[in-house]
Write a protein that binds this ligand. Structure first.
Ligand SMILES: [Zn+2]
Length: 80
Protein backbone atom coordinates (compact mmCIF):
# COMPACT_ATOMS: atom_id res chain seq x y z
CA UNK A 1 0.00 0.00 0.00
CA UNK A 2 1.09 3.52 -0.74
CA UNK A 3 -0.04 6.15 1.68
CA UNK A 4 -0.44 9.76 0.71
CA UNK A 5 2.74 11.75 1.37
CA UNK A 6 0.77 14.44 3.17
CA UNK A 7 1.05 13.19 6.72
CA UNK A 8 -2.33 14.53 7.85
CA UNK A 9 -4.08 12.82 4.96
CA UNK A 10 -5.21 9.29 5.82
CA UNK A 11 -5.62 8.07 2.24
CA UNK A 12 -3.93 4.88 1.12
CA UNK A 13 -3.63 3.51 -2.38
CA UNK A 14 -2.84 0.08 -3.77
CA UNK A 15 -0.80 1.55 -6.58
CA UNK A 16 1.84 4.22 -6.67
CA UNK A 17 0.38 5.90 -9.71
CA UNK A 18 -3.06 6.18 -8.14
CA UNK A 19 -1.45 7.79 -5.13
CA UNK A 20 0.38 10.24 -7.38
CA UNK A 21 -2.87 10.96 -9.13
CA UNK A 22 -4.58 11.60 -5.81
CA UNK A 23 -1.80 13.96 -4.67
CA UNK A 24 -1.97 15.87 -7.91
CA UNK A 25 -5.74 16.06 -7.93
CA UNK A 26 -6.36 16.76 -4.28
CA UNK A 27 -3.28 18.45 -2.86
CA UNK A 28 -1.47 20.10 -5.73
CA UNK A 29 -4.42 21.62 -7.50
CA UNK A 30 -5.06 25.03 -5.94
CA UNK A 31 -8.75 24.86 -6.73
CA UNK A 32 -9.36 21.31 -5.55
CA UNK A 33 -12.21 20.85 -3.13
CA UNK A 34 -9.90 20.36 -0.17
CA UNK A 35 -7.72 23.37 -0.96
CA UNK A 36 -10.75 25.53 -1.59
CA UNK A 37 -12.08 24.50 1.80
CA UNK A 38 -8.79 25.32 3.52
CA UNK A 39 -8.57 28.65 1.74
CA UNK A 40 -12.14 29.50 2.69
CA UNK A 41 -11.42 28.76 6.33
CA UNK A 42 -8.29 30.91 6.26
CA UNK A 43 -10.22 33.81 4.80
CA UNK A 44 -12.96 33.42 7.38
CA UNK A 45 -10.41 33.49 10.19
CA UNK A 46 -8.85 36.62 8.74
CA UNK A 47 -12.23 38.31 8.40
CA UNK A 48 -13.07 37.39 11.98
CA UNK A 49 -9.84 38.92 13.27
CA UNK A 50 -10.43 42.05 11.21
CA UNK A 51 -14.00 42.35 12.52
CA UNK A 52 -12.76 42.00 16.10
CA UNK A 53 -10.18 44.73 15.56
CA UNK A 54 -12.86 47.02 14.13
CA UNK A 55 -15.28 46.43 16.99
CA UNK A 56 -12.67 46.80 19.70
CA UNK A 57 -9.51 48.49 18.44
CA UNK A 58 -8.30 49.18 21.97
CA UNK A 59 -8.03 45.45 22.64
CA UNK A 60 -4.94 45.32 20.46
CA UNK A 61 -3.50 48.46 22.10
CA UNK A 62 -4.19 47.11 25.59
CA UNK A 63 -2.41 43.90 24.75
CA UNK A 64 0.54 45.86 23.45
CA UNK A 65 0.68 47.95 26.63
CA UNK A 66 0.58 44.91 28.87
CA UNK A 67 3.37 43.45 26.79
CA UNK A 68 5.45 46.57 27.42
CA UNK A 69 4.68 46.42 31.15
CA UNK A 70 5.78 42.80 31.27
CA UNK A 71 8.99 43.66 29.48
CA UNK A 72 9.72 46.45 31.97
CA UNK A 73 9.25 44.22 35.00
CA UNK A 74 11.54 41.65 33.44
CA UNK A 75 14.31 44.21 32.93
CA UNK A 76 13.79 45.45 36.51
CA UNK A 77 14.39 41.92 37.72
CA UNK A 78 17.45 41.68 35.54
CA UNK A 79 18.94 44.85 36.99
CA UNK A 80 18.68 43.57 40.51
ZN1 LIG B 1 -3.85 12.88 0.30
Amino acid sequence: MYSCSYSWCPKKFPRKDSRNRHEKLVHEKPDSRLNRKLEKKRMEDEAKARRLAEVNPSAGVARFKSMLKKKKSISRLANR
